[in-house]
Design a protein around this ligand. Structure first.
Ligand code: PLP
Length: 379
C-alpha cells in the first residue's frame, strides 16, 4: 500500500456559506453576547425545521440535558432509563440532578436502545426515558412512544447526532416531550460549542429559557426565583449556526453519499460489519461511519486504529459503556451483576473513520484500500 502523506483527520467542519458574513455582522454591530438577533433567528429556524413550537438555545448539548433534568425535580429513587452506549452527558445529567440512571444494552446492528430493552427495565419507579440516537440511524421510536404514553413517562429525545435525519418521514428533534441537539464541532452542523432544546409545551419552554439564564424574575433585574444556570448561547455561536443550517440539506446529502460509497468499497471485507444503509423507518445519515470487527477476528478496535494511523488515517474508538466508566465503578453506582454484552463488545471492536462532508472520494478510496489491505491477512 502506498502512503498518503497527508494526514486525514477524523473531522473537519465545513464553513462554505454565510459563516464569515454573519460573524462579521456580530463584530461590526458589537452584538457578541447572548443578546443579539442571530440567537432568536437560529432558534426559530431550528423550531421550523423540527416542526416544534418552541426552541431555546444553550451553551452545549450537555447543558440542554442538565436544564431538562433539573426542571423534572427528580427524587433519589426516580428512575430514568437510557442507553448504556452513549456519551457520558446522558448519565451525568441525570445523576447531577438527583435521579437514578437505569441502563439498557443496545442492538448490535443499529447501536441503539430498543423497545424490548426499555420494557425489561421498566419499573413503578420509572419516571422518564432518555433516548439518544446513535451514529446515524434513529431509535425505532413508535413502540417506545406508545409504551411511554401508556405508562405516563416523560420522553427526552437526544438528537445530537441526527441533524437532518428523519424517522418515518418526520424530523428527528420532533419526538417525545422534549428534544435536544448539540452543535459541537464534530456534529453535522456546528456552532463550535452549543445546544438546543425543542418542545411544543409552552410552560416547559418558559422554564427552560428561564433556567438557562439564572431564572431572573420579570420586571426587576437581579431578582431570581430559582437556582438557575448560565447556559446561554452567544450571538457569535448562533451566527455560525444559522449559516450552517442554510447548508444542512447539502451536508446530509453528502454524508449519505459518503456512507454509501464506503459501503460499496468495503462490503466484501469479510472481517467487518458495516453500518446498515437503511432500516424500515430511516435511511442512514452516517453521522459517524463505523467499522465493527467481527468477533472471530483477532484484532481489537484499538489495534485497527493504530494500523490506520501508520497510513495517516485518523479514527476514534466507539463509546465506552456507561456502566464501566471508572468514576461509576469507583462509586459502585451500578449493580455489578448487571452486564451489557453488546455495548462491551462494541467498545472493544468498533471504531469510526473519517466521514466529514468535505472528504474527497479519492481519500475515501485510499482509506478503503488501506482497510482492505489490513484485513487481507485475516481472509
Ligand atoms: C455530542 C452529544 C451530546 C453532548 O453534546 P455537547 O454539546 O458535546 O455537550 C449528547 N448526546 C449525544 C448523543 C451526543 O452525541
Amino acid at each position: 500500500m502506498q502512503k498518503n502523506h497527508q494526514f486525514i483527520p477524523i473531522n473537519e467542519p465545513c464553513f462554505k456559506g454565510n459563516e464569515k458574513k454573519y460573524l462579521n455582522e456580530c463584530i461590526d454591530t458589537g452584538w457578541v453576547s447572548s443578546t443579539g438577533s442571530f440567537v432568536s433567528k437560529f432558534e426559530k429556524e431550528m423550531a421550523n425545521i423540527c416542526g416544534r413550537k418552541f426552541a431555546t438555545s444553550t451553551s452545549s448539548g450537555t447543558a440542554a440535558l442538565d436544564i431538562i433534568f433539573n426542571s423534572l425535580d427528580l427524587k433519589s429513587d426516580d428512575e430514568i432509563i437510557t442507553s448504556n452506549f452513549s456519551i457520558i452527558s446522558c448519565s451525568n445529567s441525570i445523576m447531577r440532578n438527583g435521579g437514578k440512571v437505569v441502563l439498557v444494552d443496545v442492538c448490535e446492528k443499529t447501536f441503539n436502545m430498543t423497545f424490548e430493552g426499555i420494557r425489561d427495565k421498566y419499573s413503578k419507579k420509572t419516571k422518564a426515558i432518555l433516548i439518544p440516537h446513535i451514529y446515524g440511524l434513529p431509535v425505532d421510536l413508535d413502540p417506545i412512544l406508545e409504551f411511554a404514553k401508556d405508562k405516563n413517562l416523560f420522553v427526552i429525545e437526544d438528537a445530537a447526532e441526527m441533524h437532518g435525519q428523519e424517522y418515518k418521514g418526520s424530523p428527528c428533534g420532533s419526538f417525545g416531550d422534549v428534544s435536544i441537539f448539540s452543535y459541537y464541532a464534530n456534529k453535522l452542523i456546528t456552532t463550535g460549542e452549543g445546544g438546543m432544546i425543542l418542545t411544543n409545551d409552552e410552560s416547559l419552554h418558559q422554564k427552560y429559557s428561564s433556567l438557562k439564564n439564572h431564572s431572573f424574575v420579570e420586571g426587576r433585574r437581579f431578582v431570581h426565583d430559582d437556582i438557575g444556570f448560565n447556559y446561554r448561547m452567544t450571538n457569535i455561536q448562533a451566527a455560525l449556526g444559522l449559516a450552517q443550517l442554510e447548508q444542512l440539506k447539502n451536508m446530509v446529502k453528502r454524508k449519505r453519499e459518503i456512507g454509501i460509497y464506503y459501503h460499496s468499497l468495503l462490503k466484501d471485507v469479510k472481517g467487518l460489519s458495516l453500518p446498515l444503509n437503511k432500516t424500515s423507518y430511516s435511511d442512514n445519515i452516517y453521522w459517524a461511519y463505523t467499522l465493527t470487527i467481527k468477533k472471530e477476528i483477532p484484532l481489537s478496535g484499538g489495534e485497527l486504529s493504530e494500523e490506520l494511523k501508520k497510513y495517516d488515517i485518523d479514527s476514534r474508538p466507539s463509546f465506552w459503556p456507561l456502566n464501566l466508566q471508572p468514576i461509576y465503578l469507583k462509586n459502585k453506582y451500578f449493580d455489578e451483576s448487571l452486564v451489557y454484552p453488546i455495548s462491551k463488545q462494541l467498545a472493544d471492536k468498533c471504531i469510526y473513520i473519517p466521514s466529514y462532508v468535505s472528504l474527497s472520494n479519492d481519500k475515501i478510496q485510499y482509506i478503503s484500500e488501506t482497510i482492505k489491505g489490513i484485513f487481507s491477512k485475516y481472509e
